[in-house]
Design a protein around this ligand. Structure first.
Ligand SMILES: [Mg+2]
Length: 202
């Protein structure tokens, strides 16, 4: 869930989300860099203690590698600090890994130089013993991510999954939380339904 828009209400919101999903599901929060360092640290402890939050994405700006590293060192285990969704090339990701800024690196194949560069980033993660998590657009990530050894998850962002299904045939549906490429369909397995897309044409 998103946090950071109203920091004074975030703990209450996160606790309500925990109440709604029960004890079994993991609860991840994403601040999109909205907090200051010490504010993020204080909230990390509160989120962990009161709502069992296990993932803190961009607690501070993803350009603040020192701040991310500080948070990563000091948030309570097993909470993981993640960032990387804005990266455009493997040098960006190398800097983030070398700074020790994240427990889990994120990358987005639609931004990071495509499938070839995503695979390079996967290798960088393997060399640093850091897992990789794919950022949104599950239909575009699933096939490439099947070839990335340190992959931990593909973000199943509701809006993206909804829009993919509106416009394309061949969109993969998660089964018990997993996406499995259809080996009978070439490429990414997607076919644009032009008639359904036409109303959105400009
Ligand atoms: Mg994010």
């Amino acid at each position: 869930m998103k946090v950071g828009a109203d920091p004074l209400r975030d703990l209450e919101r996160v606790c309500l989300a925990r109440e709604a999903i029960g004890e079994e599901a993991e609860l991840f929060v994403d601040a999109n860099g909205a907090y200051e360092r010490k504010q993020a640290l204080k909230l990390a402890h509160a989120f962990a203690e009161h709502a069992g939050v296990s993932w803190f994405e961009e607690p501070v700006s993803s350009d603040d590698l020192e701040g991310l590293a500080l948070l990563r060192e000091r948030v309570p285990a097993p909470m993981q600090v993640a960032a990387g969704e804005y990266g455009y090339d493997s040098f960006y990701f190398r800097r983030m890994l070398e700074a020790g800024a994240v427990d889990v690196l994120q990358a987005d194949v639609t931004r990071c130089g495509g499938i070839t560069e995503l695979l390079n980033i996967g290798s960088l993660c393997a060399a640093h013993s850091i897992p990789l998590s794919a950022h949104t657009s599950p239909a575009i990530h699933a096939h490439a991510c099947a070839a990335i050894v340190p992959l931990v998850h593909v973000e199943y962002f509701h809006d993206h999954a909804r829009i993919e299904g509106l416009l394309f045939d061949g969109v993969l549906q998660p089964v018990h939380g997993a996406l499995r490429p259809d080996e009978d369909r070439p490429g990414l397995g997607l076919t644009l339904r032009e008639a359904d897309a036409a109303p959105y044409e400009r």
